[in-house]
Design a protein around this ligand. Structure first.
Ligand code: CBF
Length: 820
């Protein structure tokens, strides 16, 4: 591993401040210092970046292209420094320059090119791919505006644009030499090919944009490997200057300019929900076409047989969003390389693999035929042909079952069903936690599993311990290293060696003292950002994730309302002080989710200001939850709220980040919680609620009626009544929709997320939490065991499984030579 020279680094920082801003270190502001430090770090890694790509080419290794609409990377600087193992040297260099690394890191905007779990998973995967030494490209979109900034005004969420590129991104490199054209619209005509004499499909009268890549480095841990996150931007093709430019083309040229301007403008802020917008489909085809075209070109630079592309290239489809990749590859093979359909189809089958991240029906992408065929006429033709053949296969396999075609066809009911296309075309279909994969196989995708069982497999999600422990929680990271050495940084299984220390009182005390210091750090953040004083000796009970009804932040806040009522009724009740911490963004158009945010803030207002309860309950809503503040929050949590309706959360990854940081799970048997409990033991978690089988059974038999609970449980009725009686808002209609959703369902099923059904069991689990926390030694052991038993949940383990079982990649060692 190349060594970082402190003196050289210092003078680079000074030079960059001068060259970029014509200033000395003393004159430059914090943002300018950040830029200069980032450029100096980039200088240092660029040799490794070049060496990595040289090595891949020399060894001609297979590459995975991770196609994803979202990469929720967070800040780069701190993470790169950690992975370079340069923390100490850089810190010293910075201090010797009279600067502070924490302040510098804080200047960097989060690269928030994603919504939640799916985008953050992609970022963790890239970190692991580099650390493990696998050749990979992350391929996505360079959104001009990332995930909106959330501001809370009078308790309401307000969305502000995230202008993350305002000061430029010092880590990116524009690569105009790899730009490709992407075509939209027009029509397809058949022409005779001069060379082959065969008919050719040609897209005409289309609009097009130039896809221009920007490369970002993804630095592996202490191994010289730097992979690339390639994000595409759109530029107008310079039609105004074409010779053929005439009056008729003027309109088209303007339209093309507009198309280029809008396509990468903004990330759609929908998590687990499809908005069905035309621009979104344009975004999907834009980055997929550019990535696939470029991957094929790169492959053909070094190989002469396109038929063998699957030996060197794999496209992993991160959910259905990039599924048009299947048809785009078919287009390139059939139209550009004149491969016969059957052969092209086999090549495509061997090159594409699909990950499913949700069973939520509203998230499954289905595009109206009219829109799809108008926007992507040639791609649509190809999908029609794929569908025609697939339907014949279904009919051959199930000649007497007419329902199969209805349930499985790719094109049906005037819609193109992207999940069906991905399953039909890919060689692998995986879920993201064991329970989720079983639900896919036995419920949601049952027909597909019956027909193609060999394609289905599970890859339980994971997270990178380098960002979420080594970087986010340095005190705990040092403690772990002191106890067991530092192998855990690249092989998290080793963290289990901490288990023996859970019986040692001194170690437990040290562990809890670190937790306390992290709670003080978070309390300070809360004071600065929310103006709320919280007691770091109280239980920090945390739910941070996207706001969605199925994640049931509503259950959490209704329970807070119930606890508050109990305390008011009985002020002398023994009660361990609690701080309930929330952080969540709601999609801009998701009204109920936004009302739930307002409810949390309204409850916070009442409870936090009620002197009679003596600060025993505090409620805090952390504004603008994102990767950078998440690191501080996980480190400080005692209780990890993972309370989704069983069967709905495909995996969850926040649950793993909390566990790594020694928080105890309070959760349902959903997603990866099931495997967390399996690892840590059910005595070291607080489990409650309906099982996924019970939820699914109720959904089928319709026998759940929340009114029965409302009518028989006075405490629940009191809490619900307070939603509409002015306790939390003088506007009696403020929370009426929430109230109705629980009892009337407004046309849908009332309480479709089983909040009232699970309420008592949740409240009882919460009582167990309080009792356990009061027993200091017991709690310390539980918390520490959570850290010790989280080895399975490293994204390194997940990526190893993808690499061995799906992608079939070989590991590469990179040496930096004088050539680089
Ligand atoms: O697999 C990663 C995550 O993806 C989601 O966030 C998604 O957007 N589909 C799921 O909701 C999570 O359960 C899952 O962990």
């Amino acid at each position: 591993m190349k060594e970082l020279n402190k003196e050289e680094f210092k003078s680079e920082v000074e030079d960059y401040v001068k060259v970029l801003f014509r200033k000395s270190i003393k004159e430059a502001d914090d943002q300018q210092i950040f830029q200069a430090v980032a450029y100096a770090v980039k200088d240092f890694i660029v040799d490794q970046w070049m060496a990595t790509h040289r090595t891949y080419e020399e060894k001609d290794v297979k590459t995975v292209y991770y196609l994803s609409m979202e990469f929720l990377m967070g800040r780069a600087l701190g993470n790169i420094i950690i992975n370079l193992k340069g923390n100490q040297a850089i810190k010293e260099a910075i201090e010797e320059l009279g600067l502070n690394l924490d302040v510098i890191e804080d200047q960097e905007p989060d690269a928030a090119l994603g919504n939640g779990g799916l985008g953050r998973l992609a970022a963790c995967f890239l970190d692991s791919l580099s650390t493990l030494g696998y050749a990979a490209y992350g391929c996505g979109i360079r959104y001009k505006y990332g995930m909106f900034k959330q501001v809370i005004e009078n308790g309401y969420q307000i969305e502000k644009p995230d202008d993350w590129l305002k000061y430029g991104n010092p880590f990116e490199i524009k690569r105009p030499e790899y730009a490709v054209e992407v075509k939209f619209g027009g029509y397809v005509s058949i022409k005779k090919d001069e060379e082959t004499g065969r008919n050719k499909f040609v897209q005409e009268n289309y609009q097009s944009v130039l896809a221009v890549p920007y490369d970002l480095p993804v630095v592996g841990y202490n191994n010289n490997v730097v992979n690339t996150l390639r994000i595409w931007d759109a530029e107008a093709i310079d039609t105004f200057n074409l010779d053929s430019f005439d009056k008729g083309d003027y309109q088209k040229a303007v339209e093309q300019q507009n198309l280029a301007r809008t396509i990468c403008e903004v990330l759609y802020p929908n998590d687990n929900h499809m908005a069905g917008k035309e621009l979104r489909l344009k975004q999907q085809y834009f980055f997929v076409s550019a990535s696939v075209q470029r991957a094929v070109m790169k492959y053909m630079e070094k190989h002469d047989d396109i038929r063998k592309i699957h030996e060197k290239v794999c496209f992993q489809l991160n959910d259905t969003h990039p599924t048009v990749a299947v048809a785009e590859l078919m287009r390139i093979l059939v139209d550009e390389y004149n491969i016969e359909w059957d052969e092209a189809w086999h090549i495509t089958n061997k090159t594409c693999a699909y990950t499913n991240h949700t069973i939520m029906s509203e998230a499954l992408e289905k595009w109206p035929l009219e829109l799809f065929s108008r926007l992507l006429p040639r791609i649509y033709q190809i999908i029609e042909e794929i569908n025609r053949r697939f339907v014949l296969d279904i009919q051959r396999a199930y000649p007497d079952d007419y329902g199969k075609v209805e349930r499985m066809a790719i094109i049906y009911d005037g819609q193109v069903k992207m999940a069906h296309l991905a399953i039909a075309a890919g060689f692998s279909v995986n879920g993201v936690a064991r329970l989720h994969t079983e639900i896919l196989k036995n419920q949601e995708l049952k027909d597909f599993y019956q027909m193609m069982p060999e394609k289905f497999n599970n890859k339980t999600n994971g997270i990178t311990q380098r960002r979420f422990l080594l970087h986010g929680n340095p005190l705990l990271a040092d403690f772990v290293t002191k106890k067991i050495g530092d192998d855990w940084i690249t092989d998290l299984k080793h963290i289990d060696e901490l288990s023996v220390y859970t019986d040692d009182e001194m170690s437990r005390k040290e562990f809890m003292n670190i937790k306390y210091q992290n709670k003080v750090r978070l309390a300070k953040y809360i004071k600065e950002h929310n103006g709320i004083e919280v007691n770091p000796r109280s239980i920090f009970d945390v739910q941070v994730k996207r706001l969605h009804e199925y994640k049931r932040q509503l259950l959490n806040i209704l329970h807070v309302m119930y606890l508050y009522n109990e305390l008011k009724k009985n002020p002398d009740k023994e009660f361990y002080p609690r701080t309930f911490i929330f952080g969540a963004k709601a999609s801009a158009g998701y009204h109920r989710a936004k009302s739930i945010i307002k409810l949390i803030n309204s409850v916070a207002d009442v409870v936090n200001n009620d002197k009679s309860i003596d600060g025993k309950i505090k409620v805090v809503f952390i504004e603008n939850y994102r990767v950078s503040n998440a690191e501080i929050i996980f480190a400080a949590a005692d209780v990890s709220e993972q309370i989704s309706t069983a069967s709905k959360e495909a995996s969850g990854t926040g649950n793993m980040k909390f566990m790594l940081n020694g928080a105890v799970t309070l959760g349902t048997m959903d997603g990866a919680n099931v495997e967390i409990v399996e690892e840590v033991g059910k005595e070291n978690a607080f489990i409650f609620g309906l099982s996924s089988d019970e939820v699914i059974a109720y959904e089928h038999n319709g026998q759940y009626n929340p009114r029965d609970i409302y009518n028989t449980d006075g405490d629940i009725r009191a809490v619900l009544t307070q939603l509409v009686d002015g306790t939390y808002s003088s506007n009696l209609d403020e929370f009426r929709d929430i109230y109705n959703s629980l009892l009337d369902g407004q046309g849908g099923r009332p309480d479709m997320y089983f909040i009232l059904k699970d309420f008592r069991s949740y409240a009882e689990a919460q009582e167990r939490v309080s009792a356990a926390y009061a027993d200091t030694a017991k709690w310390a052991k539980m918390a520490m065991l959570n850290t010790a038993k989280c080895g399975k949940f490293s994204s390194d383990r997940t990526i190893e499984e993808y690499a061995q079982e799906i992608w079939h990649l070989e590991k590469v060692k990179v040496e930096v030579t004088t050539e680089d």
